[in-house]
Design a protein around this ligand. Structure first.
Ligand code: HGY
Ligand code: MN
Ligand code: MN
Length: 415
């Protein structure tokens, strides 16, 4: 685009409104305890979607919802021939979440489209702000499901039939219930580039005092569900040698996962959810269900971590005299992003005088799925204390604005 147009669009960028919308969206799903919870396709997620759709309509964007519930606001370009440029992220959250994870990328994308609108500049090709369904994957697995279906990595019908881990609801029925079972075929909006702006959710940028992370890719992710079946018995009368204690088995797995991670060094391992049956103080647990999250930047080490986990499960079944069944819910190999776009964003950060560094994302993102069908890059801003997936998630206004302005620079550079 002509330099004058770039200047006009940058001048029309409204950081204050971005911060205000982040605060407002952060009130949706507010928990009486702490943080907010907008699990995918719950009423709170619907309310979050309605809020973002309202802001899209205020901007006069064409709003599209596809059959997996992905949400897109489109600013038409002067040419409809050329593939659009898309920015996005997600607005579903984990439980008791911060207000930035996902929402920041969606609302910054809207802020970029708003700058074009306010400057009265029509982009040469369409610009799209997207919010993908079920990025967190805590209710329905796998995570990043909306973008994975968009990228052709998961069949739509299979996705619509996924059952919620919490209440067993069918994903397709939940989409209908909240009014976001769209008509557009997933992937119909196929961008040439996809940019995602996100908080780092880790300690690196803050530790090094840098303002921007230029993300070169995402590490590999493995999720496993484990079901342990022992025998309920009296906590007082049953000798240790006669126990088939599913709770003890779960404890061996939790400590075993930590040992696998420590042994493989770059691997991280988490048993994040666990439940006992019958879950009573004086009954030896007959059953336990837990999940294991393993991650590593290297596919070979991630596969080795999975092998060691499977070995651990076998050993625990013998040692604790319980039946162990496991189901691999997710295996996503590490994903590299576009080196051309990474270098471009790095140069733009230099030009803005922003301190920056290249890095790999420890968290999963929709960008890793969109990298299957588009040129992809991500921009990180620091997380205070490296905290995320927590009500204590914080990023300074200055850093939030710097990241959003760099996103706008990247878009202008590509148009
Ligand atoms: O699990 C993740 O890394 C992402 O938050 N879904
Ligand atoms: Mn996220
Ligand atoms: Mn997240």
């Amino acid at each position: 685009m002509h330099e004058n147009m770039n200047v006009a669009v940058c001048a029309a960028f409204e950081p204050e409104l971005l911060l205000e919308q982040l605060r407002l969206l952060g009130t949706v799903g507010k928990e009486s305890t702490a943080g907010r919870t907008r699990l995918a396709l719950t009423d709170a997620d619907r309310e979050g979607r309605d809020t973002v759709v309202g802001w899209m309509r205020e901007l006069g964007l064409a709003v599209h919802v596809d059959r997996i519930g992905n949400l897109f606001g489109v600013l038409d370009g002067s040419s409809s021939e050329e593939a659009p440029l898309m920015m996005g992220s997600h607005i579903d959250t984990v439980r008791m979440a911060g207000h930035l994870d996902g929402a920041y990328g969606v609302l910054a994308a809207l802020a970029v489209l708003r700058a074009f609108r306010r400057a009265g500049v029509t982009p040469p090709r369409s610009l799209v702000a997207g919010a993908f369904t079920n990025e967190e994957g805590v209710r329905f697995q796998p995570d990043m499901l909306g973008s994975l279906v968009t990228a052709g990595g998961f069949p739509l019908d299979l996705a619509l039939n996924r059952l919620a881990m919490d209440d067993g609801a069918r994903l397709g029925d939940e989409l209908k219930r909240i009014g976001y079972a769209g008509e557009m075929e997933p992937g119909a909006l196929r961008p040439r580039e996809y940019f995602e702006l996100h908080v780092e959710q880790g300690p690196v940028l803050e530790d090094e005092g840098r303002q921007i992370g230029i993300v070169e890719g995402v590490q590999g992710i493995s999720w496993t569900r484990v079901v342990l079946s022992g025998a309920a018995n009296h906590a007082g009368t049953t000798p240790t040698r006669l126990r088939k204690d599913a709770g003890y088995a779960a404890g061996l797995i939790i400590t075993g996962v930590r040992s696998i991670a420590e042994a493989l060094e770059t691997t991280v391992g988490t048993v994040g959810s666990i439940g006992f049956e019958p879950g009573l103080i004086n009954v030896i647990p007959s059953g336990a269900e837990l999940t294991v999250d393993l991650r590593d930047p290297d596919e070979g080490r991630l596969l080795e971590a999975e092998r060691r986990l499977d070995e651990l499960l076998h050993e625990v079944s013998i040692r604790a005299h319980v039946d162990v069944r496991s189901e691999r819910l997710v295996h996503f190999a590490p994903v590299p992003f576009s080196q051309e776009l990474v270098a471009m964003i790095e140069r733009l950060a230099e030009e803005r005088g922003l301190s920056h560094r290249r890095m790999i994302s420890g968290a999963g993102h929709d960008a890793q799925m969109m990298a299957r069908i588009a040129g992809v890059a991500m921009i990180f801003v620091p997380s205070a204390g490296g905290v995320s997936h927590s009500p204590d998630e914080r990023t300074s206004d200055e850093d939030l604005i710097a990241g959003a302005r760099l996103l706008l620079d990247a878009v202008l550079q590509r148009l």
